[in-house]
Design a protein around this ligand. Structure first.
Ligand code: AMP
Length: 273
């Protein structure tokens, strides 16, 4: 596995590459969720590139940027063992200059749900993803459906800016008890870890109601809120896959989304129904 930290060095290295490239952007502290993206890329493309970059621009001042978990050595091993060809490990000063061109998230889809409480978050996400895609020029780029709004906005960016990369969404990997894997799960105390199970329980409840043909969005949200009640709820929402508000679940075209705070940790999850 080759490790490269300079964007222009990576661009130069890939300049005459004719093989297909699969790209998995991450912020490190890799877990089975990230590994499933890497494996999917390994199965579908000839060269697999993973980036590890904790993007300062997607954190607001009061968020966990400075204490975001860093596991460089373990991450490098995981990449090696997962068959990654190139690990791209840039510094912030290699990615950002001082007088920056940046992207703005769209006014509607970028400022609902997570974008409502984190208004600069998706500007930072789209800007860094655009930079990374321009550096790597992948055939396919892999993103988790767990970050459904991010996945939706990246698809929108690629479509609206006429970019040629294919964006692939990968299913959420969970612990055996239902908690979606996240690098932030390490922040949870034992008690918070138990409380966090309310998130997947509320999503499973939504799934069960929908199977019983209870499709009224307000009814389902109410039931979910009862389960989540002791936690600080940022949102419980059911949208169609274009992220539009619906009154009735459209089976096969809906996403049930939750974001809560457990202790001091924001956790989000969703199911696609
Ligand atoms: P992050 O390092 O948290 O920025 O995540 C990097 C990529 O891994 C993103 O596309 C995430 O959506 C994806 N990802 C994170 N957690 C999971 C998970 N539990 N299952 C599948 N993909 C995930």
């Amino acid at each position: 596995m080759k490790i490269i930290s300079k964007p222009l060095e990576l661009k130069k290295y890939l300049k005459d590459e004719e093989k297909s490239i699969g790209f998995v952007p991450t912020m490190g502290a890799l877990h089975e969720g990230h590994i499933s993206l890497i494996k999917r890329a390994r199965g579908e493309t000839e060269i697999v590139i993973v980036s590890i970059f904790v993007n300062p621009k997607q954190f607001s001042k009061d968020e966990d940027f400075s204490k975001y978990p860093k596991k460089d050595e373990a991450d490098t091993k995981i990449c090696e063992m997962s068959g990654v060809d190139i690990l791209f490990f840039p510094n912030a000063k290699d990615i950002y200059g001082c007088d920056e061109v940046s992207l703005l998230a769209p006014n509607i889809r970028g400022f609902v749900l997570e974008g409502l409480t984190r208004p600069t978050h998706f500007n930072g996400v789209l800007t860094v993803v655009m930079k990374l895609l321009n550096i790597v020029s992948p055939t396919k780029a892999y993103f988790g459906k767990k970050d459904a709004q991010q996945f939706n906005l990246i698809n929108l960016m690629v479509k609206q800016l006429f970019m040629s990369v294919e964006i692939i969404g990968v299913e959420t990997v969970r612990e055996s008890d239902g908690l979606a894997l996240s690098s932030r799960n390490v922040y949870l105390s034992k008690k918070e870890r138990r409380e966090s199970l309310k998130i997947s329980s509320s999503l499973y409840l939504a799934g069960n109601l929908i199977v019983k043909n209870i499709l009224d969005v307000d009814t389902i949200k109410e039931q979910m809120q009862k389960i989540l009640a002791p936690l600080e709820i940022f949102y419980v929402e059911i949208l169609n896959r274009n992220f539009e508000i619906i009154k009735e679940v459209e089976v096969g075209n809906s996403i049930v989304l939750v974001e809560v705070k457990v202790g001091n940790t924001r956790l989000l999850d969703n199911i696609w129904l």
